[in-house]
Design a protein around this ligand. Structure first.
Ligand SMILES: C[S@@+](CC[C@H](N)C(=O)[O-])C[C@H]1O[C@@H](n2cnc3c(N)ncnc32)[C@H](O)[C@@H]1O
Length: 282
């Protein structure tokens, strides 16, 4: 590190960074997370030759700082994910949700895709259940950096415990030479997933509606107001009878939405339900 860099983060600048992240992405950083922000950002000061966090934030806020705003966002988002995380959701997709959807292709949106493990897990289930042509999958995230990783489809051979062995065999290839110890997602499957940068605070444009939306492990970073805004955008994208799946530890409690909770973390659009189903007593 350049010895001239001062990595002290004053409370005032920390609050400006928190405010930036909230306004840009809806993400709340706890007041006690100052050292986390320092550990994630100090290399950028070093790289850009900024003497301290005040001058770094001044640059980030300037007209010339647009690219750096993207880097800062990449570094401040938490991208923890792995293949077949919360596996009950994938079983539910395969055994209940997909058999209930009549339209073809089945359209799925993975709305906080991170480095790709979640959308590729979905793609494996969709391919296995519906063949190569019965589905479409859009995978989005606010961070351009994680999407670059996702498009490459290259992963270290760890945290694969949840991946069904037959999927590992069928949809993944072992890396060779410099990729020894890694796996790559099969090219044909990779090509079927469309990755796009999208901020959940904004409506999604011109995508034509979805039967299923996975929105997992991102709502935990939002307050109630942001959750309401994000979910309204998502509900607007649901096709009749569409499903929304959240993370197991996330709740839509207290939000005003036309969603029926079928079980914890599984929701269906009430106003869109098939009228015959809607008339049936619960
Ligand atoms: C913890 S990861 C969850 C990944 C995956 N859904 C899972 O459950 O394993 C949260 C992801 O949400 C993304 N994210 C945070 N705020 C966002 C926003 N406003 N719009 C879109 N994506 C956002 C982050 O970049 C990060 O990749």
């Amino acid at each position: 590190m350049n010895a001239a860099v001062d990595t002290q983060l004053s409370p005032a600048t920390f609050n400006r960074i928190r405010d930036f992240l909230y306004r840009t992405a809806g993400i709340i950083i706890g007041a006690e997370k100052s050292s986390m922000v320092v550990s994630r950002l100090w290399r950028r000061l070093d790289k850009l030759g900024c003497a301290d966090f005040d001058s770094y934030f001044a640059f980030v806020s300037s007209r010339e700082g647009a690219t750096e705003r993207g880097h800062m966002l990449d570094l401040l988002t938490t991208n923890e994910t792995y293949f077949f995380r919360e596996p009950a959701h994938f079983a539910r997709l395969k055994n209940q949700i997909l058999p209930s959807v009549r339209s073809r292709p089945v359209r799925v949106w993975c709305a906080a895709a991170s480095t790709g493990e979640e959308p590729y897990s979905l793609a494996m289930v969709l391919h296995d259940s519906l063949g190569p042509r019965g589905w479409e999958l859009l995978a989005t995230d606010i961070s351009g950096k994680v999407l670059d990783h996702a498009r490459r489809g290259l992963y270290r051979m760890e945290r694969l415990e949840q991946m069904p062995p037959e999927y590992l065999k069928r949809y993944c290839r072992r890396g060779v030479d410099e990729y020894e110890g890694m796996l790559v997602i099969d090219r044909a499957l990779r090509d079927q997933v469309r990755f796009e940068q999208h901020n959940l605070l904004q409506p999604l444009e011109d995508q034509g509606g979805f039967d299923v939306i996975f929105l997992r492990n991102v709502l935990i970073y939002f307050d109630q107001h942001t959750k309401q805004r994000v979910l309204e955008h998502l509900v607007a994208e649901l096709r009749p009878g569409g499903w929304i799946i959240t993370g197991h530890c996330e709740s839509l409690f207290g939000l005003k939405l036309p969603l029926q909770q079928l079980s914890p973390s599984i929701y269906r659009c009430e106003t869109c339900l098939d009228p015959q189903r809607a008339r049936r007593p619960a």
